[in-house]
Design a protein around this ligand. Structure first.
Ligand SMILES: [Zn+2]
Ligand SMILES: [Zn+2]
Length: 367
């Protein structure tokens, strides 16, 4: 199904101007440019063709060149950005790519991994679920929209027009992802990977994607956080038609607690979007409380039976307009609703029109 090809919707609906965060690395490099963060670690930027118009990549000095973390989406601009970055002194300075680490399978992260690994005969390092899920989604490219997907969005309350947009847009994932390599090196949760002169520990999180890898360096006090921790915006946590009853929000909330326990607060966080920042624990606390506040507002909205598309006002501050935003908002809305159902707080039942209605269990008992 679609992944991160649309603008993110903040789960608590408010601008995340982080209290307690600082941004010591200054303004971002331009697309295709880079900057040293600490000796042996460089911050690069690539253009993205979406509302979220950039991604950060990190280059880590390895034996014989650079290990890359993430790669950008496959677009004409990304190719131009890469061509510059590979040669430029401020970026990769003409040294080869030794390995390609990918935090997770969204196109902005994995898109150019196949291109890079082939060009440099380098190995792709990725968790197994991210690699396999990516191959599944790429295999959907060009297929007709599946009946299960149409049913899923109808049950959420989508109009015929929105369903038509879904049919037309379905299967676009692989168009921005270069063919993946046919083999990879699996990243395991908790393992230590030596890159050049330093050890990096893999920490897996779930909820935004199936098995997202972060890289923590205790010596340099760095956390390459991917989309698992972002400043300013909260990561998309969505239910997709392939697993309509999933509860990714439970995974996401558990991952926030896991990261907080596993990584000290004094790291510099290197996120995939936004700027490197200090204040990891404050940020994680704010993300957790944002979801709790969303659930409070959602419970209030469910005193009456509601469809998934009726509760956007409780979850998002901005109006949900246009097919792309509708898709993202519906996935996030169902993630929050499914979480209340999984916790036994809400029930879900189809109306006479076949569309699912959600309401609080207490409201049901009082009716
Ligand atoms: Zn992502
Ligand atoms: Zn991303």
């Amino acid at each position: 199904m679609t992944a991160e090809t649309a603008p993110k919707v903040s789960a608590d609906g408010r601008p995340d101007e982080g209290l307690g965060l600082s941004y010591p690395c200054g303004t971002a490099p331009e697309s295709g440019h880079g900057r040293e963060i600490v000796p042996g670690v460089r911050w690069l930027r690539m253009h993205l063709p979406w509302a979220l118009a950039h991604i950060n990549l990190y280059a880590i000095a390895d034996d014989g060149g650079w290990a890359m973390v993430d790669t950008g989406a496959q677009t004409r601009e990304a190719l131009a950005n890469w061509t510059r970055a590979l040669a430029a002194e401020d970026a990769l300075a003409g040294r080869r790519i030794t390995r390609v680490f990918v935090t997770h399978m969204h196109p902005d992260h994995v898109g150019m991994a196949g291109w890079l690994t082939r060009r440099f005969d380098a190995r792709l390092w990725m968790t197994r679920l991210e690699y396999l899920t990516c191959r599944t989604l790429v295999a959907d490219t060009g297929r007709e929209a599946p009946d299960d997907g149409v049913r899923f969005y109808r049950r959420a309350g989508w109009s015929d027009e929105a369903i038509e947009h879904y049919r037309v847009r379905f299967g676009s994932f692989g168009r921005v992802v270069h063919a993946l390599p046919d083999s990879f090196r699996r990243l395991h949760d908790g393992e230590t990977v030596r890159i050049g002169a330093h050890d990096w520990r893999v920490i897996v999180g779930n909820g935004h994607s199936p098995e997202h890898a972060c890289l923590h360096n205790d010596e340099l006090k760095l956390l390459v956080s991917g989309d698992q921790v972002l400043p300013r915006i909260s990561s998309n946590v969505s239910v997709f038609p392939t697993e309509p009853d999933a509860d990714p929000l439970a995974d996401w909330i558990a991952s926030i607690a896991k990261l907080r326990a596993a990584v000290p607060d004094d790291v510099l966080v290197l996120p995939s979007h936004g700027e490197p920042f200090r204040g990891l624990h404050a940020r994680l606390d704010r993300l957790a409380s944002g979801h709790e506040k969303s659930l409070v507002r959602l419970r209030r909205a469910l005193s009456e039976p509601r469809r998934a598309i009726d509760v956007f006002g409780a979850l998002f501050a901005r109006p949900i307009e246009g097919p792309e935003l509708l898709g993202m908002a519906t996935g996030e809305s169902i993630a929050h609703l499914n979480h209340l159902v999984a916790r036994g707080e809400a029930v879900r039942e189809p109306g006479t029109d076949g569309v699912l209605r959600y309401r609080l269990r207490d409201a049901l008992a009082g009716a």
